[in-house]
Ligand binder design. Sequence first.
Ligand code: ATP
Length: 905
Amino acid sequence: MEGTLTARDKVGVQDFVLLDAYTSESAFLENLRKRFRENLIYTYIGTLLVSVNPYQELGIYTASQMELYQGVNFFELPPHVYAIADNAYRMMCSELNNHFILISGESGAGKTEASKKILQYFAVTCPMTQSLQIARDRLLLSIPILEAFGNAKTLRNDNSSRFGKYMDIQFDFQGIPVGGHIISYLIEKSRVVYQNHGERNFHIFYQLLAGGEVERLTSLGLEQDPHLYKYLSQGHCARESPINDKNDWKTVFNAFFVIDFTEADLENLFGIIASVLHLGNICFKEDKQGCASVPDTHEIKWIAKVICPLTVELSVYARDAMAKAIYGRTFTWLVNKINSSLVNQDFTQKTVIGLLDIYGFEVFDKNGFEQFCINYCNEKLQQLLIERTLKAEQAEYESEGIEWEPVQYFNNKIICDLVEERHRGIMSILDEECIRPGPATDLSFLEKLEEKVGKHAHFQTRKLAGPKGWKRIGWLEFRLLHYAGEVTYSTKGFLEKNNDLLYRHLKEGGMSFSAHGASSVLALFTQVLCGSQNSILRECFLVAELENRRRPPTVGTQFKNSLSSLLELLTSKEPSYIRCIKPNERKEPSKFDDFLISHQIKYLGLMEHLRVRRAGFAYRRKYEHFLQRYKSLCPDTWPHWHGPPGEGVERLIKYIGYQPQDYKLGNGLFSATKLEAYWRGALARREIKRRRWAVQIIRRFIKGFINRDKPLCPDNEEFVVLVRKNYILNLRYHVPKSVLDQSWLRPPGILENMQQKVVTSEIFRGKKDGYTDSLNQPFACSRLDEGDINPKVLQLLGSEKIQYGVPVIKYDRKGFKARQRQLLLTLRAAYVVELSKIKQKIEYSALRGVSTSSLSDGILVIHVSPGDKQQKGDAILQCDYIFEVATKLAMLIKKEHVVRVVQGR
Ligand SMILES: Nc1ncnc2c1ncn2[C@@H]1O[C@H](COP(=O)(O)OP(=O)(O)OP(=O)(O)O)[C@@H](O)[C@H]1O
C-alpha cells in the first residue's frame, strides 16, 4: 500500500528543481500535466509550492492528512499546502521569528481555498488550551464574514474575493494561536452599483434577502426577491444554483455572534446594507428647471427626503458614489471590528505567520485602473522576492566573503519606479491630472504620460510606438512591459476611479454643478451620513472629515501607501510562496488547458524562479539555525552539539556527504546549493538506518516475549525491564484512593513475580543460603507438567495419585529411609504444574507446612496430614527451585508462616 502510494506521488517530478530540462517551459508544462492527470495538484520549486486548482474534492484535506504532515520534514512527504504551513510553523517555533505565506494567482486559481486550508491546518494541529479556543474560533469564523461582504460571483469564480487580504495569525511562546489581525486592500466598490452580465453583487445582499427573518426584512423595508433591487439584478443571475445564500446566511449569522457583534451592531450593519439597496432603487426625473426630482419617495422614506438640485445624470452619479462610499467604508469598519475581537489581550511577545491572499497578475482583453493597481502590486511583490532571494543573498555573500557566481535575473525595480516614483511616476502624473485646475480628461492624462515617461524603456503608446504599434495599441491606451509580460491599459476611467468620488467632486464643485447644488448635497450627506442614527455610519463618516479643507489622498496614492506598509511588514518576516494556477476557464475538473496554463506559468514568473533556484545557493542559514534544524541527521550533533556552532556545521555536512563545491561557510553563515538533494540523500540513508533499527528492535522484542519466563538473561532482559517500567509508570494512574483501598493495579504476567518475590523475601531473607542469588531468577508459571513426571517416579512414590500435577506423596514410616535416597535422585526439579490451576482443587487441609534447611541443599519437605491415619508421612523433594516452590505453596494456602527454615541440615 505504502509502495503504491509513493509510486503514485512520484508521477513526474515532485520538485521542478529535479527536472532535467529545467529551462524548458514545455517540460515544465508536461510535468504539471502528468501530475494533474493523477490528481496530484501540488508540485514544488524548491520550497515554493505550485498548486493547480482541481475544481473537485480530492479527499486530501482530511484530519489524517493533517496528522501526516505534522512535524515532518519538508521533503519527506509529497508536496502539499500542509507542508508549507507546517514548515512555516516549525521554523517559527524553533527560530522564534515571524513568517508569511504569500499566495498568488489569478482569479479562480485557488488562493482563498489555499489560505483557508492553512488556517484550518493551524486550527487543528496547533496545541490548544480551552481558554484560547475562542481565539481560534474567531480566526476561523472571520473568514465567512469577510467572504460575505468582500466576495462575489464573477464570471471567473463563483466566490471571488473582491479585495486583497493580509491576515496575521499570532502565536504565543507555546505555539498556540492566540489572536490575529487582518488588513484589507482595495475593495472593488464599483461592484456595489454595477455588475457585468453573469456576475453578482457582494454575497451579503443576497444572503440577507434569502436568509433574513421576515421581521428583520420588514423592519428594513426589504422584500425577499433580489430581482426587485437594481443593484442586485443587473447581472441577471441573482439566484445561482451552486450558491446557497440561505445556508450561507446561517453560517455568517452564527459567525457574527462568535466574533462579538452585538444585536445593535447587526441592526446597524443590516440597516446599511438595506439602505444601499434602497439607494439603488431611487429613480430621478427631470423637472422644469432641469433638476432631478424623485418621483417615487417610497425608497427615500428609508433614507431621507430629497429634492436633488443636480441634473438627473449627476444625481445618478452622486447616488452611486454615495452607495459605493457607504459600502466601502462599512467594509473597513467590519474589518476593524473583526480585528478588535481578534486582539489578544495579553501583551507577552508573540510570533506571527501572515497569510497574504492577494490578486495575481491580471491581463484581460481590456485592462483598466484596477488591473493597473493590481499589476503594480504584483510588481512590488516580485520586488520583494528579488530583494529577499537574490539581491540580499548576493550582497550577503560578498559581506560574508563567500565566493559565488552572479545569477542573472531581471530586476523589476525599473518598473516599480516607473509607476511609483514621486513627481515622475505614473501614479504622480495621474494624481496631478486629477487635481489640477482646468479640464482634465483621460486623454489629457495619456498625453501627460507620453510627455513625461514617453522615453522609458518599459512604456509605450500608440503614438510612441509608431506604425508598428498601431495595430496593437488603441488611441486611449498605454502599454507597460511588466516583468511578467506586456499589458495594455485603457486610460478610460482612470481619472474618475482615482478620485474620491464622493467627496472630491461634490465638495470642491469639480463636477461643475451650482454652488447651491453642491452645498445642498453636502448638507444632505452631512445630515444623512455624519449625523446618522446609525452608529456605524457615524463612525465611518466623521463630521471633521467634511469640514477638513485638505484634499484626501487619491485612491492610487492610498493604494501605493498601503502597499508600501505591507511591504515593510513583509520585509521583516521569513517568506514562503504558493503560486496558484487555474487549469481552465470553465471551472471544470480534470481539464488542463495548455494555453491558459502556459500563460500563468509566465505571469507567475515560475520559470524564472526555477532558474534562480537551480542556479543560486538554494539555502542559507545562520550556523545555529542550520544546526538546530538538521542536527538529527548526524550522530555527533544529535541530540546536542556542545562545541562552537561552526564546527558542528562542518561535522554535520561532512557526515551528510557534502562536496566542497556545493557549500560555503561564511562568517556565521552556512550557504548551500542542492540542499534538497543532500537532504534527501541523508534522509534516505537515515530512513534505511531507521528501518534497520526498527527491525532489530522488533526482533528483540519478540525474542524477549518468547523468553519472558526465563531467568533474566540477554534474551529477555530488555523486554522484562520494559514491562516492569511500564507497570511502575502505570501505577501512577492507579494509586489507592484511600488508606482502606487495598486494590492494586494487576501486574502483567511476568510481574506477578514481583509480588511473589516480596513473599519470598519475607520468608527467606537472611535465613537461607542462596536467597540473594535467587533474586534475579524469575519465577515461572510452570515447571513441570503432569505428563512430564516420569511414571517411574510415581511408582517410587508409591502412589499413582497426582492431583493436578501435585504429587501427593505418602510414605509409611518403614519405607521412608529406603526410598529417600532414590527419591532424592529422581525427583530433581519435580514440582507442580501451574499452581494457580489447582488452587481450588488441592486439599489444603492436607498441607500442614513446608520445611527447608538454611543451607542451599535444594531439599524441601512438605508436611502432609493424610486423610488416612495409617498412612502418615511427609514428602521430601529435591528441587532446583526451592524458593519458588515454597513461596507458591505458602501463597496458595495464604500462610507465609507455614514455611519453616530449619537451621543446619
Ligand atoms: N484545493 C482545492 N480543492 C478543490 N477545489 C478547489 C481548490 N481550490 C480551489 N477550488 C475551487 O475553485 C474555486 C475558486 O477558488 P478560490 O476562490 O480559492 O480562487 P481565488 O484564487 O481565491 O480566486 P479570487 O481571486 O477570484 O478570489 C473554489 O470555490 C473551489 O470551488
